[in-house]
Design a binder for this molecule. Sequence first.
Ligand SMILES: NC(=O)c1ccc[n+]([C@@H]2O[C@H](COP(=O)([O-])OP(=O)(O)OC[C@H]3O[C@@H](n4cnc5c(N)ncnc54)[C@H](OP(=O)(O)O)[C@@H]3O)[C@@H](O)[C@H]2O)c1
Length: 284
Amino acid sequence: MASPKLDINTSYKLLSGYSIPALGFGVYQTPASTTSACVTHALRTGYRHIDSARVYRNEQPCADAIRTTSLPPVPPKAMGYDATKNSIASSLSQTGLEYIDLYLVHAPYGGKEARRGTWRALVEAKERGEVRSLGVSNYGVHHLEELEGFIRELERERGGKKGSGGEISVGQWELHPWLTRPDIVGWCKSRGVVVEAYCPLVRNQRAGDEKLRALAKKHGKSTAQVLIRWSLQMGWVPLPKSENEGRITENAGVYNFELSEEEMEDLKTDRYEPCSWDPTTSHE
Ligand SMILES: NC(=O)c1ccc[n+]([C@@H]2O[C@H](COP(=O)([O-])OP(=O)(O)OC[C@H]3O[C@@H](n4cnc5c(N)ncnc54)[C@H](OP(=O)(O)O)[C@@H]3O)[C@@H](O)[C@H]2O)c1
């Protein structure tokens, strides 16, 4: 379990050598017209990590508001070497950013050859300084192991130089007490891959859960704050999304209470109940 000494500036060191703020801000389904205002409010509140994507169509207003930290993944339908190269070029030109802190592959769709090409394009973009750290989202353990094979292949091709095949700095999955993915999280932990949790609020669908409500009452916090704190104490990087200023502030107010080990365990379930899509199980 993570150190209890968490604060809004807590960050984790990545295998790439860069670091990542432990609390992120999600913008899935945030309309482009209001994204800049939401991100500006999030930055004023203390968030220093924004999770956008090509397919969310709000990278540009995110960048307008931040210009320093962004995280747009390779769109799920743009897999393969050329498509990924074009994606990165579009992200850079649309946002006007000189480089992107972290670029994730959104999902493992498209087949083995497309995944291999995508990774090569990402490694080359990193070498050109367009991207600082690399990662994947929604990969199952079988996709992660295949990716380790691609990394070794690239290293061999480049004379065996360690690191020349790229490294998986970050992985992003749907994670919360009703979906803890011990296989994937264990895989990442054993390799030092930082784990990001999307849908950390389970899209507010569990706000009526009795255990969660009791914990919120006990600590004088909202159910959303308990879920974000739980995710942080799991050692993950939660990415709560909100379009509402009050809730953006509320979701960052998670550093003046702590869940005990017993409470952490008690909230955790062994269920497998995604509230979003689940490409980890894909075998294409
Ligand atoms: N890689 C992937 O495939 C993937 C998939 C899904 C999501 N993501 C990322 O993860 C982020 C978070 O996931 P998500 O947006 O799907 O779900 P989420 O963060 O679990 O939940 C967001 C929902 O909860 C509401 N909410 C936010 N704060 C609240 C609070 N304090 N009390 C009550 N309700 C609250 C929001 O409404 P309001 O906006 O009205 O506050 C919104 O409807 C996304 O924005 C995106 O950046 C990635």
